[in-house]
Design a protein around this ligand. Structure first.
Ligand SMILES: [Zn+2]
Length: 170
């Protein structure tokens, strides 16, 4: 029995390691794509991964190009994924994005019952998951999400800083 438990623990750790290398891989994918998006929009992207590790939704910030105040990467990715899934519930899914979701997107993620939220850079001004306020722990939150912030934080932060610097110099 003891052996069985030890073995199970080892498997658990290994799965966690695999999950980590998977979301880091997706974060790198997002950072690579941001070079294309970043010409007209703030380079923020999001992907939604299902329980089988498949990408079922992808979105990039489209606020300026669509004149849409709801055009945040997370919401665009969620809309795509809910169509594909034919469901509004995301308990078994994870969303990965390079910037901490804002308060609007965090509320939407709570409504969508997202299983896990993984983000890169913290947003001290608008962040809804700890940077400014943590809505996931607020009493209004009926759904508890697993939140992992600061994944490839330096690269994500630098990527956004370079973009803002370019914008100011134009
Ligand atoms: Zn947002």
């Amino acid at each position: 029995m003891k052996y069985f438990l030890e073995n199970r623990n080892r498997i658990c750790v290994q799965n966690e390691e695999n999950a980590k290398s998977e979301y880091i891989k997706w974060m790198r994918f997002i950072l690579r794509r941001s070079k294309v998006i970043g010409k007209i929009e703030i380079p923020i992207s999001a992907v939604i991964i299902d329980e089988k590790g498949r990408c079922i939704g992808r979105g990039s910030n489209k606020r300026n190009s669509n004149n849409d105040p709801l055009g945040h990467a997370e919401i665009i990715a969620l809309k795509q994924a809910s169509l594909l899934k034919n469901d509004w519930r995301f308990n078994e899914c994870q969303i990965i994005t390079n910037l901490e979701p804002c308060t609007m997107c965090t509320s939407v993620l709570i409504q969508a019952r997202m299983g896990r939220v993984i983000y890169g850079a913290y947003d001290a001004k608008r962040g809804g998951l700890g940077g400014s306020i943590d809505l996931s722990k607020h009493k209004s939150s009926h759904h508890k999400m697993e939140v992992i912030g600061g994944v490839l934080e330096d690269e994500c932060k630098e990527n956004l800083q370079v973009w803002f610097k370019k914008l100011r110099s134009q």
